[in-house]
Design a protein around this ligand. Structure first.
Ligand SMILES: [Zn+2]
Length: 500
């Protein structure tokens, strides 16, 4: 071959990138090994001892771990990602795929939502559930504070079938929220059957996450068993001092269910505090009842455990705990809670409050983080005071793997990539393997950690310099490239037994 022909050949070849000299942790749980990774287009084409080719883009990963991009199994990036498509807080954590449509709320119809993400070009890969609340609202409108009629349920089933057919991962519910909390278990079983028949799963922010968490889990098991599908507990937690210590019981229930052929998994974020509305402190929603507030505050450890992350009626209260506000104002904590509800019930302050509540025990959290059945999530929202939004994944790697030795790095990576990809039915993602999509994170295992706090909830983590999504660097040597190579991931295969 003459030199001219050779150079034509080289021009015709697609440009490739070689990530050289790193320790590959492949996402299956297998031990790390020194290997180079070659990317062409949006795929990994080779893994092993590879020599750089002439003109190839070479990235040194010496001393670094090269792992599959992380999958955020429960994300609330919906909506704002279209405003801020480069997703800095996600990519800096190594997240390459965010699973949205959570807690019963999803873009509808899902096909149009997917088209919006594709047309806009976003950095992250997106996959979505079909939201139970969304579908319920489509059918029942404003008259939703009751069980469905058989005719309404039929309509919901038809809508859900279309959504799952068009690529939704399954059905998500938010049973502590409106309109989901008005649904009966049998409504959810009927819809579960539809999702399951199309190969989808059921995922739920359950009816209760504190005193009645075990009852809520029993309901999830019933829906899985009678709906003939597998199920996942969203952001699993035990948020009341009255039931602290129950994590082993919950985990053995999950194990026992598996022996009966019911596959139950969960996702967890690595913090002992949650973020929501102050209203969830009262189970009965009887906000005038002081006794209920007193019990609610006691269960989560007292007024010092509740921080107002947002409070539009009075910005002076933002960032302070109920105990601090009580000191400032001379009002007692219950009066403050009631005032917050009254003020934010006014139309001008609608959705004008949010609380961060430290209500979980470190022991329970550690058991969930270590369980092979539990994957990771951020559950994060932009603008909130909760640091999970910017810190969750590096916090697992830095605090729970390196500092506390709770699980091995290989197992943590599996729970961030291979496990969720397999569980959620993502084809050719979640592993470092030839033929797989090149979603890759390069990080320093000796320094990686979160830095976000409730005071600085968007502070970026350290130790994660380079991230590829579909073969394109979105973060390169610590710098955001501004690229938006994210793809929509449709549910791709019938989901069977998850690999643990
Ligand atoms: Zn939720």
């Amino acid at each position: 071959m003459g030199p001219i022909f050779l150079s034509i050949l080289m021009l015709a070849a697609k440009p490739t990138t070689l990530i050289q000299g790193g320790s590959v942790i492949d996402g299956t749980g297998a031990p790390r090994r020194l290997a180079d990774v070659r990317i062409e287009g949006d795929k990994i084409i080779a893994v092993g001892h590879l020599k750089p080719k002439r003109g190839e883009n070479v990235i040194s990963a010496k001393g670094m771990v090269v792992a599959p991009g992380f999958i955020d199994a429960h994300s609330h990036v919906d909506g704002w990602l279209l405003q801020d498509p480069t997703a800095e807080s996600q990519i800096r954590q190594g997240i390459t795929t965010s699973v949205i449509g959570q807690d019963g709320g999803s873009g509808f119809p899902i096909k149009q939502m997917f088209n919006r993400y594709t047309a806009k070009h976003v950095a992250l890969n997106i996959a979505s559930y079909a939201g139970h609340g969304t579908i319920r609202a489509q059918v029942m409108g404003k008259d939703y504070k009751r069980p469905t009629t058989p005719a309404e349920l039929k309509k919901m089933e038809t809508l859900l079938a279309t959504e799952v057919h068009n690529g939704a991962l399954g059905l998500s519910s938010g049973l502590e929220y409106e309109p989901g909390r008005f649904s009966t278990t049998s409504e959810l079983v009927a819809l579960g059957k539809v999702a399951g028949a199309h190969g989808g799963i059921y995922i739920s922010h359950m009816r209760n996450e504190d005193n009645d968490v075990l009852k809520a889990i029993d309901e999830l098991f019933i829906i899985a068993r009678e709906g003939h599908l597998s199920a996942q507990v969203s952001h699993i937690k035990i948020g009341s001092a009255r039931v602290w210590g129950k994590a082993p019981e919950i985990l053995s229930k999950m194990e026992a269910a598996q022996k009966q052929g019911i596959y139950i998994t969960a996702d967890v974020y690595p913090y002992t505090y949650w973020q929501s509305t102050i209203r969830v402190l009262i189970e009965t929603q009887d906000y005038g009842d002081r006794k209920q507030w007193e019990q609610g505050l006691k269960d989560i450890g007292g007024p010092s455990h509740v921080l107002l992350g947002e409070y539009k009626p009075n910005p002076d209260w933002k960032g302070k705990t109920l105990a601090e506000i009580a000191d400032m104002t001379g009002k007692d904590a219950v009066t403050i809670c009631q005032e917050v509800v009254t003020e934010t019930s006014k139309p001008e302050f609608k959705n004008g409050e949010e609380v961060v509540v430290s209500a979980m025990s470190e022991d329970d959290l550690a058991k969930f983080i270590a369980s092979p059945r539990i994957m990771f999530c951020t559950d994060g929202q932009r603008g909130g005071a909760h640091p999970r939004y910017a810190g969750s994944f590096p916090r697992i790697l830095g605090l729970y793997v390196r500092q506390k030795h709770l699980i091995s790095l290989e197992e943590a990576i599996r729970k961030m990539s291979g496990f969720p990809a397999h569980r959620l039915g993502f084809s050719h993602r979640g592993e470092i393997k030839p033929g797989y999509k090149a979603d890759i994170v390069v990080f320093d295992p000796s320094t990686v950690i979160d830095t976000a706090t409730t005071k600085q909830p968007e502070a970026p983590p350290i130790g994660i310099p380079t991230v590829f999504i579909n073969g394109e660097a979105v973060l390169l040597n610590g710098k955001k490239t501004g690229k938006t190579p994210g793809q929509v991931i449709l549910r791709s295969k019938r989901l069977g037994k998850p690999a643990y």
